[in-house]
Write a protein that binds this ligand. Structure first.
Ligand code: NQM
Length: 358
């Protein structure tokens, strides 16, 4: 399924090995990793198209389904559950209905999702006229051609710490940063403080070795301050370079996830940027053009913009906390069937199955 601006393979948990090491070994073969072209599997040769959702009926009383997100390395034999993904999240509700985990409503269906990676929750609402998921519609999101049915995603008030280092600002390697987590640990850095404009195309930024070196140093130290430990082989935290808006939005972003520069921006990454901009004294707050009368924050990115509804409250201790976060995405079923993973060294090529879905 395409979920937002990402694409992944969605599985029922029951169709995969329960034991994580066996599951991950199978998923590497399914996606064709490690190989920079992922030529022998389903992966699309980019982190944004090398993603997996594992969906199961929820064991939580306040959720319908559990969604575990797995990032499958492209050229490295790695499968990581250390980050969540709000784009792939957009396909989870429709998938749950397609697989009969949640009954479809007559007009629309709301699916309450527990995001296993973080323990956070989300509710996705999408059209199901006549009890079937409808994928066509008039919602448009930057980075995806054409239009599709909207998937409205609401996140409840943040349970976690919006400022994981406990500070509004930290200084790392002489660079001011704000470390924020509204669903995705993200380091906000002013582009100008890294000697780039923040308006460069992603390929130009990815080719800048000096920038890559500085971002790596900042990321490893920021992760330590955020309590994430050693993230040398992890895909969090993300780094978002900020510059003043140019297209009528609130801010311009170039987001590293963390090595490749995102052609747009992740959903939870954008939610974290949006929340960060509302924190007085945070990096980016004085670059941002925010509408004081509206929750909407338009995040500009390399292929357009992403609108996030974001409002903050204050904890009894006086710290900022996410009150409400919401976003509209689209998703689409692209293919439904059986995948034939590359066989493990010792395994035999499986016989052609006679039905079933995986
Ligand atoms: O931040 C890319 C994506 C993402 C993650 C990444 C995402 C999110 O665009 O919620 O959606 O940051 O690795 O799929």
């Amino acid at each position: 399924m395409r979920g937002g601006t990402s694409k992944g393979a969605y599985f029922l948990a029951d169709d995969l090995p329960a034991e994580p090491a066996s599951r991950d070994a199978l998923l590497l073969r399914v996606m064709g990793s490690p190989d920079e072209r992922q030529i022998d599997g389903l992966g699309g040769a980019h982190p944004l198209t090398s993603k997996v959702a594992v969906v199961a009926p929820s064991t939580a009383p306040n959720a319908d389904v559990d969604y575990l997100f797995l990032q499958v390395g492209v050229d490295k034999p790695e499968v990581s559950d250390r980050q969540n993904c709000g784009n792939i999240l957009a396909g989870v509700g429709p998938f749950a209905v397609e697989r009969g985990l949640v009954p479809a409503g007559e007009e629309r269906t709301s699916v309450r999702i527990r995001m296993v990676n973080t323990g956070d929750h989300a509710t996705a609402t999408f059209p199901t006229p006549g009890g079937r998921v409808r994928y066509t519609g008039d919602a448009e999101i930057s980075g995806v051609p054409g239009t599709a049915a909207p998937v409205v995603i609401e996140f409840p008030p943040g349970a976690g710490k919006l400022l994981p280092t406990g500070n509004v600002r930290d200084e790392i390697d002489g660079t001011p940063v704000t470390c924020v987590d509204n669903g995705m640990p993200t380091v906000l850095v002013e582009a100008a403080s890294l000697k780039v404009s923040g308006y460069e195309p992603p390929a130009e930024l990815e080719a800048d070795q000096e920038l890559a070196d500085r971002l790596r140093v900042i990321r490893l130290e920021a992760a330590r301050l955020m309590g994430l430990g050693d993230v040398s082989n992890a895909t969090v935290p993300k780094l978002s370079l900020l510059a003043p808006p140019r297209e009528g939005g609130a801010i311009t972003t170039r987001t590293f996830i963390p090595v490749r520069c995102h052609p747009s921006i992740g959903v939870l990454g954008a939610a974290s940027v949006a929340a960060g901009l509302r924190i007085d004294g945070g990096v980016g707050a004085d670059l941002a053009a925010l509408d004081a009368d509206s929750d909407r924050v338009r995040i500009e990115h390399p292929t357009g913009f992403l609108d996030i509804e974001s409002s903050l409250g204050t904890t009894p201790a006086g710290l900022p906390t996410a009150r409400r976060t919401a976003v509209v995405r689209t998703a689409r079923k692209i293919f439904d069937g059986l995948v034939f993973p590359r066989s493990a060294e010792t395994a035999e090529i499986p016989p052609h199955p006679q039905g079933g879905q995986g």
